[in-house]
Design a protein around this ligand. Structure first.
Ligand SMILES: [Zn+2]
Length: 153
């Protein structure tokens, strides 16, 4: 695991995701009071129907998240076997046969949970991007782990 990947993931989500609803809200507030009735009439025709949370796209994205966590697990075991040390999580967790896989599973479950929250509140694009960013950053981290030079203790 590389600590920077979590930093990048959080920064992407905060910077890209949560800024856009706020800026839209500010635009909406600056409009005149007569506009809400006009937008309410137009809204039912323009808003796409909400999809089921466990649709085909999310199934593929969550599979991708699980695969990327598995790559993170195997790449971390790989660089530990080559004499490197894990800096983000304690050694007794990393070296645990059960604890480290459980941590990876918790990471994937948390990602799906965040996607569900986005879906629940109608942020369907952001819901997908949680998985896309997770896959991208985690896979990059796994490739980085494999690229680390071996150290002989
Ligand atoms: Zn959705």
């Amino acid at each position: 695991m590389v600590p920077r990947k979590f930093f990048f993931a959080v920064m992407l989500l905060v910077g890209w995701g949560w800024s856009s609803p706020i800026s839209k809200a500010q635009v909406a507030n600056s409009e005149t009071p007569s506009s809400p009735s006009a937008t309410a009439d137009a809204a039912p025709n323009t808003k796409p129907p909400a999809h089921k949370f466990w649709d085909r796209e999310n199934a593929w994205l969550f599979t991708g998240v699980a695969v990327s966590r598995a790559l993170d697990y195997t790449s971390t075991r790989n660089f530990l076997a080559r004499g490197r040390t894990e800096v983000l999580i304690p050694d007794d967790v990393v070296n645990s046969q059960a604890g480290f896989p459980a941590l990876e599973a918790a990471g994937a479950a948390t990602s799906v949970g965040i996607s569900y929250i986005m879906h629940h509140y109608g942020h369907h694009k952001l819901e997908r991007w949680v998985s896309i960013v997770h896959i991208g950053v985690t896979t990059f981290g796994a490739a980085h782990n494999h690229a680390l030079e071996s150290k002989q203790p």
